[in-house]
Design a protein around this ligand. Sequence first.
Ligand SMILES: [Zn+2]
Ligand SMILES: [Zn+2]
Length: 326
Amino acid sequence: MSIIPSILECLTVPTPFNVGPIHIFWLKGEDGWTLVDTGPKTSDALSGIERFMQTHKFGFEDIARIVLTHQHVDHSGLAAVIAEKSGASILAHEGAVPYIERDSAFMNWHHEFFHRLYRENGVPEEMLSTVERFQEMMDMYADPAFVHGTLADGDELPGHPGWKVVYTPGHTQNHIALYCEEDGLMLSGDFLIQEISSNAFIEPALTREEERPKPLLVYRDTLCRIASMPIQRMLSAHGSEINDPKGLIQLRLQRQEERATRIAALLEEGPLTAFELSARLFPKVYKKEMPLTFSETLGHLDLLERTERVQRIVCDGIVRYQCQNK
Ligand SMILES: [Zn+2]
Ligand SMILES: [Zn+2]
């Protein structure tokens, strides 16, 4: 990846996940280095960071802060370890805090939400243990970390005049990107990736009282908002540099429409649950990658429902979708 010399550096470390390696970014600021995302809690990622600092002749004590673009463990896994070694503060969007701190009341609600959502959308009982496996995976690749401060849309990045926080929900509800207006450059996390489409993950609301966010709809709104900004290029957390952000955004929006149309066509034959649809859309991976394929399917059903192309029917506590005109 090409980088603006002396201001911004990129380090790529491996992850154990399908998405492949992650790019973590280092910004040199007024009061030391800001680390944007940390990589997962693995010895490979940590030694990559240590080697990087040796090469650039600085140490943990020179890290002033850690900014997390979102809560996923490939981005936040080493935050606690690095904060402990460096005394750096951890900053993230307020919606990421209960995940990063592993707030037990929130995590209980999170698991309860998914058990109910999966059950009512036809996921078989024997697959519900994926909910608990999610927590095990989090614990394996990320230590809980205390978040010292929150970042919101429009905030200036502390220590870096000219860099702004842009709230970019969709992939997760708490996703933020960093934008340098002068250079038209965005550090875009998992908001947009050149080689693969970012999933808009189903997540519970932060409290039991709120309705479930509809992540694909939120993501599409964010895509449109970001497309209207004068961004020249994006450096994402995975894959190569994005030199035509607007073009890629148009492509992503179009592909989502196409997938929604495919789902509507599958429903021509009769009502199906979101889980049954995920099996038809992703026959090879719907069992192994259930949370992902389920999110993808339900997200597109939300889109079809908003545009009144499908409707929900609830029978004996199970939700099925059918074509609106049936
Ligand atoms: Zn992510
Ligand atoms: Zn990621």
